[in-house]
Design a binder for this molecule. Structure first.
Ligand SMILES: CC(C)(COP(=O)(O)OP(=O)(O)OC[C@H]1O[C@@H](n2cnc3c(N)ncnc32)[C@H](O)[C@@H]1OP(=O)(O)O)[C@@H](O)C(=O)NCCC(=O)NCCS
Length: 305
């Protein structure tokens, strides 16, 4: 049986999603506080955006999360199955039900991220009519490179973001990522939520010129509660306003972000980048980042209902 998540499922869902296997890099939440934080994402409604598949005794066997992105009119589906893929039919049913519901909510396309070596997950998506849209790379900067780069930053033209600058950062981020595949424009409310849940404005390096933010690098040192490797920190976002590119601001902001990770006792830095983003890749590789893994984004057009 498939039904929407209800509030009473909270504790059993928490236990389930910690143990289940997923297609792709699905976010997991270790404790009630971090799951509640995830449920508080602007525009997300657990009762509408999570479907559960239950076994005969009412136990949760699988779930699908539908993250709706209104500007792109896409839904990002995340699938978890407790014994996946023991029963080949169950995951397919959940994905199809997720797509059916998303289509009734004005979404036009469904996207699923799957690790490149998850052969069964990829097979399932292809059987369901999904096609390959994009390849994303996982990059890592090893300890020796982080040690060197974090000590080399030229000058001090950056500062940390301040509370109240969410609107400014939303404007900069939306301008920087306007032409980026899969980027859904953010509102100031979205930015405020992401800043608060990633450790606060002190984790965002910004460069300001003439009263405007022109470049930024947003780090995620890893939150208590989330399942993360404790010695690794993430470069979450980096962007430069299109009118200010090619002046070294991207390199500078990234180095400042890396120094901040190092100051938080991280010995490795990780990030995710679209394999087609040649500019960003050249920057990362020039500083010592190396590819460690890849994931694929699969896409299917939704049937309007
Ligand atoms: C990636 C980005 C941050 C680079 O910012 P920037 O300020 O223009 O970059 P810099 O001037 O500091 O240049 C840094 C390096 O990027 C690469 N680069 C910059 N412009 C480039 C171009 N037009 N073509 C190829 N490589 C380029 C080069 O390796 C350059 O190093 P070099 O000057 O020593 O050759 C910027 O293009 C951007 O905001 N892109 C959109 C957002 C994005 O894709 N972010 C990364 C997501 S993972």
């Amino acid at each position: 049986m498939i039904r929407p998540y209800v509030d009473q499922d909270f504790m059993s869902y928490l236990v389930f999603q910690k143990q289940a296997a997923g297609i792709g890099p699905v976010e997991r939440y270790k404790n009630p506080a971090s799951l509640r934080r995830a449920f508080a994402r602007p525009g997300f409604l657990a009762n509408e955006d999570i479907l559960l598949m239950l076994g005969p005794g009412g136990e949760i066997l699988g779930s699908i999360t539908m993250r709706r992105e209104y500007f792109l009119r896409r839904v990002v589906l995340s699938l978890l199955m407790v014994h996946w893929p023991a029963d080949e039919n169950s995951p397919g049913k959940l994905v199809e039900e997720g797509m059916r519901i998303a289509a009734t909510r004005a979404m036009l396309v469904a996207h699923v991220n799957v690790s490149e070596n998850e052969v069964k997950g990829i097979g399932l998506l292809e059987r369901l009519g999904f096609g390959l849209a994009r390849r994303y790379l996982e990059l890592e900067m090893p300890p020796a490179a982080l040690e060197i780069v974090s000590g080399q930053i030229p000058g001090e033209k950056h500062r940390c973001m301040r509370a109240g600058e969410e609107e400014k950062l939303a404007r900069l981020q939306n301008a920087a990522f306007k032409d980026t595949w899969g980027y859904n424009a953010n509102t100031a409310v979205d930015i405020k939520y992401s800043v608060e849940t990633s450790g606060g404005p002190q984790n965002v390096v910004v460069i300001e010129e003439n009263g405007d933010l022109v470049a930024y690098c947003w780090i995620m040192p890893g939150l208590e509660g989330e399942i993360a490797e404790p010695d690794a920190g993430r470069i979450y976002m980096i962007g430069v306003h299109p009118a200010q590119r090619g002046r070294g601001l991207g390199r500078y902001a990234l180095m400042a972000g890396l120094r901040m990770l190092k100051a938080k006792d991280k010995v490795r830095a990780v990030l995710t980048v679209d394999s087609e983003n040649r500019t960003a890749l050249a920057l990362y590789e020039s500083l010592g980042f190396r590819v460690t893994a890849a994931s694929l984004w699969y896409e299917r057009t939704l049937k309007a209902t």
